[in-house]
Design a protein around this ligand. Structure first.
Ligand SMILES: Cc1cc2nc3c(=O)[nH]c(=O)nc-3n(C[C@H](O)[C@H](O)[C@H](O)COP(=O)(O)OP(=O)(O)OC[C@H]3O[C@@H](n4cnc5c(N)ncnc54)[C@H](O)[C@@H]3O)c2cc1C
Length: 414
């Protein structure tokens, strides 16, 4: 049943099975999975696509598998300049570099998000760009849709049996549900630039740790996209906001020079191919990701440090789990928290161990003795390196990493 397509375009009121707020990877994938099940889905985003999204633009092997096998968009991404990576590296300043093979991908977000948005439309999703969600509609304590404003400021109402909040770190729906649990130690600011790549740049992604031991990191991507640029991003404590206000590029170069001299050498004579993008990444998780008539997906549900580059995997995998739970709820005609909480159970089972592992990696990389110990163990054991890379690459399960045989390898007794 598609009762409201024409009326929605008339900017009045719409009724739909599922309203998805946010058309990033979490929202577009949720919409695709549900439209394939035959539901009437409305995907809403305040931006006009293609739109930029500050990101390291690295896709873990696990994210690549979902994009290929579950969403069918890998050929379109490769056709538009996504590039295979063969190596990933962590470079502690002054310490020995750790590196290993990978089957990850570098892909500009401006490409990937457009491809996923278009795929949603091909699957029958009604896509509404330029719709800024402003207010959640409540009905007897349950979420019943969203009110937003269109480009000309006119009010639009989308009533839905289920509303999915995939609207990123500052999610309106997560705030309205009152479920956000801030993680202040992860409050960060990031600056992202695209710089011209050299012909002989390796197909590798590198994470640099700072020479001044400050709480920062810097990612360098591989050449990709139509312009063959490479992504260079720094993540720094949120307390440095005043230092970059009104002078992003100067701050970016100064910070590279001070903390990441190897990266500064790469960019010192080069101009970025556009303005640097900045973003506040306020680490948070949520008390729960489902409520009566609503679910939260992607960064709206949990946002952690981008160091391991797993955000897109979490968004796509979470979308799959959310769509499964919404499908069951709609088929049963019961969209209460009791039924939708199957989604929370699935997140606890499939995603929480990965979030914890990502957190553990943060502790290790910011502790020089722990990092030196871990790098040494990894250098000594190719099997250990493989299992670590497969786990952080979202292919192997975290339980494989914490198994007895792996612990023996880590302790050098296996
Ligand atoms: C510096 C940095 C580097 C990163 N590097 C990587 C990396 O290399 N690899 C990786 O996998 N992940 C990385 N991440 C994380 C990754 O970017 C996110 O996890 C991912 O984008 C989450 O997808 P999402 O769909 O949940 O949210 P988003 O991609 O943020 O999409 C949210 C959408 O919601 C829309 N929206 C927001 N509010 C409203 C509203 N009120 N009304 C309507 N629409 C709204 C926005 O316009 C946007 O399109 C990085 C993050 C940062 C900050």
């Amino acid at each position: 049943m598609r009762p409201c397509l024409e009326r929605l375009q008339d900017l009045s009121e719409c009724i739909t099975d599922v309203a998805v707020i946010g058309a990033g990877p979490a929202g577009a994938a949720t919409a695709i999975f549900l439209a394939r099940q035959g539901y009437d889905v409305t995907l809403l985003d305040r931006a006009l696509f293609p739109r930029p999204k500050p990101c390291g633009e690295y896709l873990t092997p696990g994210a690549v598998r979902l994009l290929r096998d579950e969403l069918g968009v890998l050929p379109a991404l490769l056709a538009q300049g996504a590039a295979w990576l063969t190596q990933e590296r962590v470079v502690p300043h002054g310490g020995r570099c750790f590196e290993g093979p990978t089957s990850a991908l570098a892909c500009p977000r401006v490409v990937m998000d457009q491809v996923l948005r278009d795929r949603a439309e091909e699957c029958g999703v009604r896509v509404r760009e330029g719709f800024a969600a402003r207010k959640i509609i409540w009905n007897s304590g349950a979420v019943a849709g969203v009110v937003g404003t269109g480009g000309a400021g006119e009010s639009e109402t989308v009533r839905a049996r289920v509303t999915a909040g995939a609207d990123g770190t500052h999610s309106l729906l997560a705030r309205a549900l009152g479920v956000i649990r801030p993680l202040p130690r992860l409050h960060r600011l990031a600056l992202v630039g695209h710089f011209p790549a050299a012909d002989d740049d390796p197909p590798a992604v590198t994470m640099h740790l700072p020479r001044d031991r400050s709480d920062a990191c810097c990612g360098v991507g591989a050449a990709c996209g139509p312009g063959r640029t490479r992504n260079i991003n720094i993540v720094v404590p949120a307390s440095e906001a005043s230092l970059m206000a009104g002078r992003r590029e100067d701050y970016f170069r100064e910070r590279l020079r001070r903390s990441f001299p190897e990266v500064w050498e790469l960019v010192q004579g080069a101009a970025p191919s556009g303005p640097l993008q900045s973003v506040g990444c306020f680490g948070h998780h949520t008390a729960r990701a489902s409520q009566d008539g609503a679910v939260l997906v992607g960064d709206a549900a949990t946002f952690i440090h981008p160091f391991t580059g797993e955000g897109v995997f979490f968004a796509l995998c979470g979308a799959q789990l959310a769509a499964e739970a919404i499908d069951v709820a709609l088929r049963q005609g019961d969209v209460s928290r009791r039924t939708l909480s199957h989604y929370d159970a699935a997140r606890r089972r499939d995603l929480m161990p990965r979030y914890r592992l990502c957190d553990a990696v943060q502790h290790i990389v910011h502790s020089p003795p722990l990092l030196a110990w871990a790098a040494e163990r990894l250098r000594r054991s190719a099997s250990l390196t493989e299992i670590v890379l497969q786990t952080v690459g979202d292919i192997a399960r975290p339980t494989d990493l914490f198994s007895l045989p792996t612990l023996r390898l880590a302790l050098g007794t296996g």
